[in-house]
Design a protein around this ligand. Sequence first.
Ligand SMILES: NC(=O)c1ccc[n+]([C@@H]2O[C@H](COP(=O)([O-])OP(=O)(O)OC[C@H]3O[C@@H](n4cnc5c(N)ncnc54)[C@H](O)[C@@H]3O)[C@@H](O)[C@H]2O)c1
Length: 262
Amino acid sequence: MQPWSQLFDLKGQVAIVTGGAMGIGAGIAARLAEQGASVVVADVDEAAGRATAQALPGPGKSLFVRTDLRAPAEVDRLVATAVRERGRLDIVVNNAGIFPFSPALSVTPELWDRVLEVNLRGPFFLARSAALQMQRQGGGGAIVNIASIDAVHPTGSLVAYDASKGGLRMMTRSLALEFASLGVRVNAIAPGSINTPGASRAMPATGGADAQKLLAGFLARIPLRRMGEPDDIARAALFLASPAASYVTGTMLVVDGGYLLT
Ligand SMILES: NC(=O)c1ccc[n+]([C@@H]2O[C@H](COP(=O)([O-])OP(=O)(O)OC[C@H]3O[C@@H](n4cnc5c(N)ncnc54)[C@H](O)[C@@H]3O)[C@@H](O)[C@H]2O)c1
């Protein structure tokens, strides 16, 4: 039996975390680094991304690579840079995502394309590029896709987002089936409401008492009676990325304080 201490050990492994500059991605980067991985933080926000990478446990082990997931060439360059700088690639966390609210009747082709490019097309081409590298290394690896409870339950005024996350869930299952022969596991996480800079920005700007009322009504729908924190998702991501989950592939782990139960 593998000792407990080795089940979450990522020493010697190299992980890419997209959208790792802040929010859930920064939380995941911190947990993976804490367990010994070299983390490559990939983000469009250069200042925040560099600062996050520099502050990770294990000084000098992690690095930042500016990457816009909407550009497939940048995604390929990200994998090439990780391999050139850190020697290999073992873990990819497809976390970056955008969630612009808009009633379906107001959605433009530009908004639709932007959401699908960041949330679904980018993650596919990163998973593909990573799996090709993992194959060159002789196989083995883990891909974790950050979906959402919106993959199975619409929030409202998020049709492009919901389609992208439903697609990401199915992509996870498709790739898990195809990449199993490479020893590459592919899983997803469905977060509920998590306190992040992106979630704060998305809150309707009602201000004052109205915002308090809105938040209280929302919290009342979460059985565990609190918003999630990035580390709630990071713990799940660490599990799925680590040897502890060596027989888990194609699943979506819901981490939502019980929201989907109501
Ligand atoms: N916060 C929530 O309540 C919640 C709930 C369910 C799912 N999620 C999912 O979790 C993930 C992270 O969400 P968050 O709340 O931490 O978001 P956030 O907005 O706080 O952080 C997202 C990060 O992604 C980066 N990013 C955006 N577009 C990018 C691009 N084109 N290329 C590279 N990086 C890009 C941003 O710069 C930012 O650093 C998203 O996929 C989101 O859909 C969040």
